[in-house]
Design a binder for this molecule. Structure first.
Ligand code: OGA
Ligand code: NI
Length: 356
């Protein structure tokens, strides 16, 4: 029912966790995707060339730096995706954040329902699928998302149960924010911009943490955990507990992202595609589910501040290279998704293209 905003806390919610506990042998009809949109799990493609693993410590080594920058640049142009290792974030901080996520989703339903909302503008939001009120077709996913930077502005809104949630997620949020700033400098440099371009806006930008839970699913080949989409922001830094993320390469093949211990996934978002005037691609990705193991992921979505508009960088434009995109803000994106339905196959970024 598009356009109808229900008072969310009165809506009943059947989470993916609840369905898994019921031990169903089939997914409910609402989760069954049209056959053209189902994942082909018999045909898992791994490609190390399209999904590079970048050793960030090589950027400190004068003899390896330029080759590493070339690798990152190639990844940004083709798919908008790479993984990073030696990024400076301790494995223990990453594992603690995943533990806090596990414990949160293991809480009794009543405790999670406190945060239930279908309003995408909410500051903290628990839910299932993408939007439990609007979605016609459901996805096998539960989530909690909240703003995270600067942490002192938001942490009081975060769950106080499990008791270690704030500390563990908080530690992770802070170090990921630092990594994000380092990565942005590198991405701006290889775009040919001043690495300090938009420095203040990036410093004061928004960070939204999304903890996703994809419990065991009886029919993983006819449903998805998340439909194909690109993220709205500049970059997303993602941590996954087990395989399930797939990225679309330039030939429109879905590639499965391998889990590399200690690695973090970097995906470019729509703000980066727009800012680079199309030189970089925002990564199209989706989450598959499986029947044997619950999967968790934590996405840290970085963008400029909520109302800050971003357009193609002036220095990349001239007579031969006019702006290909209109400017937009994170808030424009939220307004868009509160009125449009993602499964119709529309992408927000396509609405920004001047000559689609
Ligand atoms: C997201 C997302 C993928 C995953 O939260 O935007 O794409 O693997 N998550 O959970
Ligand atoms: Ni995403």
């Amino acid at each position: 029912m598009q356009g109808v905003v229900k008072s969310s806390n009165t809506s009943k919610l059947v989470s993916a966790m609840t369905l898994t506990k019921l031990g169903l042998t089939h997914v409910p009809q609402r989760y069954v995707l049209p056959s053209s949109q189902r994942p082909n799990l018999d045909h898992i493609v791994h490609s190390s060339t399209s999904l590079p693993i970048i050793d960030l410590s090589n950027l400190q080594n004068p003899s390896l730096r330029s080759h590493t920058l070339d690798e990152i640049q190639m990844a940004c142009k083709e798919v908008g995706f790479f993984q990073v290792i030696n990024h400076g974030i301790p494995l223990s901080v990453m594992n603690d954040a995943l533990d806090a996520t596990t414990e949160f989703f293991n809480l009794p339903m009543e405790e999670k329902m406190v945060y239930l909302s279908d309003n995408v503008h909410e500051l903290i939001r628990y839910g299932t699928s993408l939007n439990h009120v609007r979605d016609e077709c459901y996805f096998w996913r539960d989530f909690i998302k909240h703003y995270s930077h600067p942490i002192s502005d938001w942490i009081h809104l975060w769950p106080s149960n499990p008791p270690t949630y704030k500390e563990k997620m908080g530690s992770y949020a802070k170090v990921v924010q630092v990594l994000q700033k380092q990565l942005m400098k590198v991405l701006l440099e290889i775009l040919g911009l001043n690495p300090n371009y938009l420095q203040n806006e990036i410093e004061k930008g928004s960070q939204v943490l999304v903890a996703n839970c994809y419990p065991e699913c009886p029919e993983p080949d006819i449903t998805l955990g998340m439909p194909p989409h690109s993220d709205y922001g500049s970059i997303t830094i993602l941590l996954q507990s087990s395989p399930g993320l797939q990225v679309m390469d330039y030939n429109k093949n879905w590639l499965s992202v391998p889990v590399v211990e200690g690695a973090l996934i970097v995906q470019l978002g729509d703000q980066m595609e727009v800012m680079s005037n199309g030189k970089y691609k925002s990564a199209m990705h989706r989450a598959t589910v499986n029947s044997h193991k619950k999967r968790l992921s934590i996405a840290s979505l970085h963008s400029l501040a909520l109302e800050k508009k971003i357009g193609p960088a002036e220095n990349l434009l001239d007579k031969e290279h006019p702006a290909s995109y209109k400017e937009f803000s994170f808030k424009d994106y939220l307004d868009y998704i509160s009125n449009n339905y993602i499964l119709k196959g529309e992408r927000f970024i396509d609405t920004l293209k001047k000559n689609p």
